[in-house]
Design a protein around this ligand. Structure first.
Ligand code: HXC
Ligand code: NAP
Length: 292
């Protein structure tokens, strides 16, 4: 068994139609590819139509499943509604929405204009809200048997993080919406879950979070307890399980997939730097306190 292998049985998503925002690149593309390998019809959307069309063609050839490319800026509700209509026209129904599209860049917050802050909030939080409302209202109005929303967040949605503050605010909002609607819309049999990935190298993220020399200077895998970054297939495996009917009882959950990265904050984790030969000395010192 390899971490780069698919995990689920071949028909796990057969007959499902899955909309993936930001599905033309990076993690969205990797998840879309695996959904298609498992038999799903997919709709990928983002702003770059040419890239989407190339991706759809490539994934159809590789998997034998269908992929519809639809240009859609998630900030614009009218475009999201048009994307929903295109998906319905092609496949008749949509079963699953994967809110994956995002915008982000590192910057000291005092350097940000109001518009820079707003741009990230609009893509990540408002974009996720626009898509969720559009598909959710459709499912409710049509009394669809079930609906399913998976949101991609990050671990700083709950820890917060400097230098990516607009993204942290927006992802925190997405997580709050995930947990809120998991309860409110359970009566419509719509499930809401989230995944918080740790570092998974993609061009989109690395160009904006580790620009220029930072890529060489900052070995991101060193800050992960397991000392490696994630493999795209590992995320695709988890996402496929969470959107599949095998996870029908999972609702309101946020699953972290980060090699333990965010828990590094634990107060004594720095003791990792104590050499093993020093532990005899330290143990003796601790035990001796009992005598005094
Ligand atoms: C300061 C900046 C800036 C920078 C843009 N702005 N880049 N300010 N530092 N580096 C400002 C602009 O000057 C402008 O403000 C405002 O932000 C909007 O910029 P535009 O270029 O007009 O926006 P737009 O064309 O909509 O592009 C959005 C974008 C871009 C977010 C800036 O990077 C993008 O398209 N990103 C999409 C893909 C992406 O970001 N992928 C990475 C996701 S990774 P003014 O005031 O001048 O008008 C991720 C990982 C999370 O989320 C967790 C990792 C562990
Ligand atoms: P990516 O390739 O840059 O993906 C972002 C996608 O969002 C792109 O396909 C982009 O396409 C789309 N997008 C951006 N603005 C949009 C808009 N206004 N409307 C519609 N689509 C838009 O980066 P990634 O690393 O794969 O990120 C995917 C997701 O994983 C994001 O939610 C990110 O926050 C999350 N994440 C990534 C990591 C990581 O280490 N890579 C870690 C934690 C979380 P267009 O430019 O064509 O619009």
């Amino acid at each position: 068994m390899k971490i780069t292998e698919g995990m689920l049985r071949a028909d796990a998503l057969k007959g499902k139609t899955i909309v993936v925002t930001g599905g033309g690149s990076g993690l969205g593309k990797a998840m879309t590819k695996y959904f298609m390998e498992l038999g799903a019809n997919t709709v990928i959307s983002s702003r770059r139509l040419e890239l989407l069309q190339e991706t759809a063609k490539e994934l159809e050839a590789e998997t034998g499943s269908q992929c519809l490319a639809v240009q859609c800026d998630v900030r614009d509700l009218a475009q999201v509604e048009a994307m929903r209509d295109a998906a319905l026209a092609k496949f008749g129904k949509v079963d699953i929405l994967l809110n994956n599209a995002a915008g982000n860049f590192i910057s000291p917050t005092e350097r940000l204009s109001a518009n820079a802050f707003k741009t990230i909030i609009d893509i990540v939080l408002m974009g996720t809200i626009n898509c969720t409302l559009t598909f959710g209202k459709h499912w409710i109005a049509n009394k669809q048997e079930k609906g399913n929303v998976l949101n991609i967040v990050t671990t700083y949605a709950w820890t917060g993080s400097g230098f990516v503050v607009p993204s942290a605010c927006a992802k925190g909002g997405v997580l709050a919406m995930t947990r809120s609607l998991a309860v409110e819309w359970a009566k419509y049999n719509i499930r809401f879950n989230a995944i918080a990935p740790g570092p998974f190298p993609t061009k989109g993220a690395w160009d904006r979070l580790l620009p220029g020399q930072l890529k060489e200077d900052l070995d991101i895998s060193k800050q992960v307890p397991l000392k490696r970054v994630g493999e795209h297939q590992e995320l695709a495996n988890l996402a496929a399980f969470m959107v599949s009917d095998f996870a029908d009882y999972m609702n309101g959950e946020c699953v972290t997939l980060d090699g333990g990265e965010w828990l590094r904050a634990g107060q004594f984790n720095n003791l990792e730097m104590v050499p093993s030969e020093m532990w005899d000395q330290l143990e003796a010192a601790i035990r001796s306190t009992k005598k005094g």
